[in-house]
Design a protein around this ligand. Structure first.
Ligand SMILES: [Zn+2]
Length: 291
């Protein structure tokens, strides 16, 4: 079941980004003050007992969110075209503005490889720590929870767009076989599974990826060259892309979008084969802050 919050109607001026911000309301009851001045509740004391007496090293993501006071970004706090934080500038959502006028100062008028970006927040604080733990500690359960939260955000966007999407497909950003072997986890696929689970749809692997140096080790200018031509549709993906199904929403899911080069390559590769109408959304746990 989707844990929907009231819809994030577009507002101008946009609200400041809530990524990583402690904005959960304080409980009204009494309680001791925790770190950062937050009032401790009964759940905090239960966690203390679990950690002290039962040796639990890490709380659930739900508890981590609550302790950090984290909330995912409202749709109005980032650009729905490129995914960058609104940062006080004029940002027009793609479903509120004519083509060519939507977006922010960074992306307005630019042709993008996707129709929309959905993100949980900036690559910072709890969210940054979480995606790194998923990737480097093989924390599959945690990745699944991140995916489910992203699924809720996507569901809200689908409601806002109000366009009939009879078919929704979740496509994970592929790793190279070598990188998957070395890391022992396909983290984007884990997040994608959480998204698909929340939306009640399937995950389909439409792309494969040749091994190249990690994007994170390269300068911004080198990333686009590094990933160019690295992705190809799988045989199954090509067949699905060419079946001409109309009004299909394809959700390309990754954990992090920094410069957008990898996401752009994936979406362009899909578009080069795709037949029929529909939209492609770039769905990521974290995206870049202001440029
Ligand atoms: Zn933008």
């Amino acid at each position: 079941m989707l844990d929907r919050t009231p819809q994030d109607a577009f507002r101008w001026p946009p609200a400041p980004s809530v990524a990583g911000a402690a904005i959960v309301p304080r409980p009204s009851g009494g309680g001791a003050a925790g770190s950062g001045g937050r009032i401790l509740g009964w759940r905090d004391h239960v966690l203390d007992i679990e950690r002290t007496w039962l040796g639990l090293e890490r709380p659930s993501w739900a508890d981590m969110i609550r302790e950090a006071g984290w909330r995912r970004d409202a749709a109005a706090s980032y650009c729905g075209r490129c995914g960058r934080t609104a940062g006080g500038e004029e940002t027009l959502d793609p479903c509120d503005a004519p083509a060519g006028e939507a977006g922010c100062r960074s992306c307005r008028g630019r042709t993008l490889a996707w129709d929309r970006v959905v993100r949980l927040g900036e690559h910072d604080g709890l969210l940054r720590d979480t995606v790194l733990e998923v990737k480097f500690s093989r924390a599959r359960g945690l990745g699944h929870e991140v995916g489910r939260a992203l699924g809720v955000a996507i569901a809200e966007c689908i409601e806002r767009v109000r366009v009939a999407m009879p078919e929704i497909v979740v496509v994970p950003m592929p790793p190279s076989r070598w990188r998957r072997f070395v890391r022992g986890i396909d983290h984007a696929s884990v997040v994608a599974t959480g998204v698909a689970s929340e939306l009640g749809v399937g995950v389909e692997r439409w792309l494969r990826r040749a091994h190249r140096p990690a994007q994170s080790t390269l300068s911004e200018a080198s990333r686009r060259r590094n990933v160019a031509g690295a992705m190809q549709p799988t045989r199954f993906g090509r067949r699905r892309l060419m079946d001409g199904s109309a009004a299909r929403l394809v959700l390309v899911v990754d954990d992090v979008m920094t410069t957008g080069s990898t996401m752009e390559e994936a979406c362009r590769r899909l578009a080069s084969v795709r037949a029929g109408a529909g939209e492609v959304w770039a769905c990521v746990a974290t995206a870049a802050g202001p440029s």
